[in-house]
Write a protein that binds this ligand. Structure first.
Ligand code: C2E
Ligand code: MG
Ligand code: MG
Length: 712
């Protein structure tokens, strides 16, 4: 605070102000003097500072009320006393000297000092006057404390600046670096003195600070920029830079806090890779495939096309089940590597999961290029793969859909390629098929069937038909095979060939099979009770059911609930179901055998046709497939071959049942070959329960049923 009030002087009033009457004039003058003193006092009291007026001998002539803050004696008694007695602190300070100088030079003096006993900082102003000195003391302790605090916080700030984990640079408005913290020096590989004065542009890889950015910064906005930064050695790193502008002493600066993003970007990249790639094979996953394919479709020039291929390995499940998952994984990786090798870098190959792969390739207008790619893929996939110590050939089925010919969108491309792939599988695997519009019709019908299959069990749409089985020596009906039928609400009677496959794929076969088993046991028990003679029932069991750990318990329960003796039940298993996982199958069959049920191999001769695996399994019955006896051209197989086979089965304690007997010629042949039992349209078609009853009831008194017209 500056004191602008003119210093009051101790001069007497001017002579011309005295009036004519001396007494009056003196009174007036005194009165005037008194008033002027009062005005002066009021004025001196109103100023914020302590005020002392001293004469040339340092005696106090005047002190205002604020002065009391600096003296511990009563103010009134200070008048006439030497200032040094009144304000003893003065003796210990340099102020006195300055006062003397001021007094001698006639120039006012201003300075600050600390008065220890009263713990105050004062700013003293001394103004020489005609008869001495006027001294103003201003308490600046608070100001000094605030300055001190500021200094400390500045120090703290400087420490923060130096120790910050991020690099911090401060530049002037021309982007010249004026301050850099230790981290910045270390990170950019410069010494501090090298950095100072350098342009911030020199540590950018290539970044242009546009005018807009400048203007926005000048408006006080903070910006977060992604800039590739350059070290002294020329290496670069990605950085996130927070730039802002600040002003100090009327000068503008830019502050940049630079965070190295290398680690973060690495982690992000890794995450990104994880999210978009299959962890096993490293191929793109579904998400990335969608993205890449979409780009290919978007970029597809007129007259050109994109081929989308759905590829499903033919024998992956077998390998997985018989060699274990680790070997299955090795196989998938090998397949992925082979696909990658065949394809060009621009093509996409992705794994959707399991043994399903998708290839997307840009090709010419026609489908020739796609066909040759597919052929090449099949070629490499039919080369053996070493799994464990063994060479296996997996093969694949490929469905191809062409954009834009077959489908206009990604989803439709997938659907149509998938449909074509199913067709390739249905046609015998290890082949490729292009999509054809007719396939959609078939696929739709299949889908509709699948949809209506789900609620069929709850809606009680299934029923069992029974096909008689005849003993070839006595020609009596000794058993029957339970065959499922689906009374579809719209399509009428649906044959198992049309829906068992779907039921197996969807897993619905498990509850459906359970129902068949329980229903067959229940109905057989009733037939036995009605006709009071032994009847054996054969029930078809799918691989999925056999793979259920609780299957044996389910069979035991079905028998117990129906009150059926285990010997009256035969379970028909297919060769492929048996060899899928020989270890597990052997264990399961052991459990079933322990229950006392009979075990049969269905459709024998259509699949692997080795007898070796049979020795390891407790099989009681071989059901020879129709094709075993009757060849494709309709001729009966060589008698010696069939006879030898039957003898061999007998030697292994297995009985032999022939399926699909339609003619007496075949029947005679089988009897001559010592086949045990037979089943076929000649001997009896699959019949609804009511009709089977008629058959069984035809000669109930003999305790057995002879097949009509065919004598023993
Ligand atoms: P499968 O177990 O081999 O059943 C024999 C099939 O041959 C039956 O067809 C039967 O009608 C047919 N067949 C019988 N005699 C002759 C004949 O003389 N000539 C010809 N050409 N065919 C004859 P279906 O009933 O259509 O069953 C087909 C297949 O469906 C069955 O073959 C079986 O694998 C499966 N299946 C049927 N019912 C069930 C079931 O309840 N569960 C399971 N998992 N599969 C079933
Ligand atoms: Mg069967
Ligand atoms: Mg069969």
């Amino acid at each position: 605070m500056h004191i602008t009030t003119p210093l009051p002087t101790m001069d007497a009033p001017a002579p011309n102000s005295l009036a004519a009457d001396p007494q009056l004039r003196i009174d007036d003058a005194l009165e005037e003097l008194k008033r002027s003193r009062e005005r002066m006092n009021a004025m001196l009291e109103s100023i914020g500072d302590a005020f002392f007026a001293v004469d040339r001998d340092w005696r106090v002539i005047y002190a205002n009320g604020k002065a009391a803050n600096f003296v511990d004696v009563e103010l009134g008694s200070t008048i006439g006393k030497p200032l040094l007695d009144v304000v003893p602190d003065l003796k210990d300070t340099a102020i006195l000297e300055r006062y003397l100088q001021a007094m001698e030079s006639g120039q006012p003096a201003v300075f600050e000092d600390y008065w220890a006993p009263t713990a105050t900082w004062v700013e003293a102003r001394a103004y020489p006057t005609a008869d001495g000195l006027s001294v103003y003391f201003h308490d600046i302790t608070e100001k000094r404390l605030a300055e001190e605090a500021l200094r400390k916080s500045e120090q703290r700030f400087r420490n923060l600046f130096q120790q910050a984990g991020d690099s911090i640079l401060i530049t002037d408005r021309q982007l010249r670096i004026v301050a850099a913290n230790g981290r910045a020096c270390a990170h950019f590989g410069y010494r501090e003195d090298e950095l100072l004065g350098m342009s911030a542009r020199e540590i950018d890889s290539n970044f242009s600070y546009g005018v807009e950015l400048y203007e926005s910064l000048l408006r006080g906005q903070t910006h977060l920029l992604r800039i590739v930064k350059k070290r002294k050695d020329g290496s670069t790193f990605p950085a996130e830079v927070r730039v802002s502008r600040f002003e100090e002493n009327g000068q503008g600066f830019f502050q940049a806090i630079i965070r190295d993003l290398t680690e973060r970007e690495d982690a992000e990249r890794q995450l990104q890779h994880l999210a978009t790639h299959d962890t096993l094979t490293g191929l793109p996953n579904r998400a990335l495939l969608h993205e890449r394919l979409q780009r290919m479709l978007d970029d597809c020039a007129p007259g050109r096309s994109v081929a989308v291929m759905f590829l499903d390995l033919d024998r992956f499940k077998e390998v997985n089940d018989s060699f274990g998952h680790e070997h299955g994984d090795v196989l998938l990786c090998e397949v992925a590597a082979r696909l990658r090798r065949v394809l060009r870098p621009a093509d996409v190959v992705a794994r959707l999961g399991g043994d399903e792969f998708v290839v997307a390739a840009e090709s010419g207008g026609g489908s020739d290029a796609a066909a040759s790619i597919a052929a090449k893929l099949l070629e490499v996939l039919t080369l053996p793969v070493t799994v464990g110590a063994q060479d296996v050939v997996v093969g694949a089925s490929i469905g191809i859909s062409m954009y834009p010919r077959d489908a206009a969108t990604r989803e439709l491309l997938f659907q149509t390629a998938d449909t074509a792939m199913y067709r390739a599988k249905a046609e015998g695997r290890n082949r490729y098929r292009f999509f054809e519009p007719e396939m959609t019709v078939a696929a739709r019908a299949r889908m509709a069937l699948e949809l209506s299959l789900r609620p069929a069990l709850a809606r009680e749409e299934f029923e069992l038909h029974y096909q008689p089985r005849v003993d070839l020596r006595s020609m009596e009906v000794v058993g029957m095979e339970a065959l499922i039928r689906w009374r579809h609400p719209q399509q009428g009677m649906v044959q198992p060939q049309q829906f068992i496959g779907i039921a197996e794929e969807t897993g619905l076969i498990v509850p459906i099979g359970r129902w068949v088993l329980r229903e067959a046991c229940r109905q057989t028990r009733r037939l036995i009770d009605e006709y009071r003679r032994p009847i054996r029932v054969s029930v078809n069991v799918s691989a999925r059911q056999l793979a259920q750990p609780g299957f044996a318990a389910e069979v035991r329960e079905a028998l117990a609930d129906a009150g059926l003796a285990p010997v009256a039940l035969e379970l028909e298993l297919t060769e492929s179901a048996l060899i899928e996982d020989l270890e597990r199958t052997a264990a399961m069959l052991g459990e079933l055998q322990a229950l006392g049920v009979k075990l049969a191999v269905d459709d024998f001769g259509t699949g692997y046709s080795g007898l070796a695996y049979l020795r390891r399994l407790p099989i009681d019955v071989l059901k020879l497939d129709r094709s075993f006896v009757l060849q494709d051209d309709g001729r009966i197989s060589a008698f010696d071959f069939v006879k030898a086979f039957v003898d061999m089965a007998h030697a292994l304690q297995m009985s032999v049942v022939a399926e699909g007997v339609e003619t007496t010629e075949v029947l005679d042949f089988l009897r001559a070959a010592s086949c045990d039992e037979a089943q076929g349209y000649l001997l009896g078609r699959p019949l609804p329960l009511a009709e089977l009853r008629k058959l069984l009831g035809s000669r109930p008194e003999r305790g057995s049923v002879l097949v009509a017209g065919i004598g023993a």
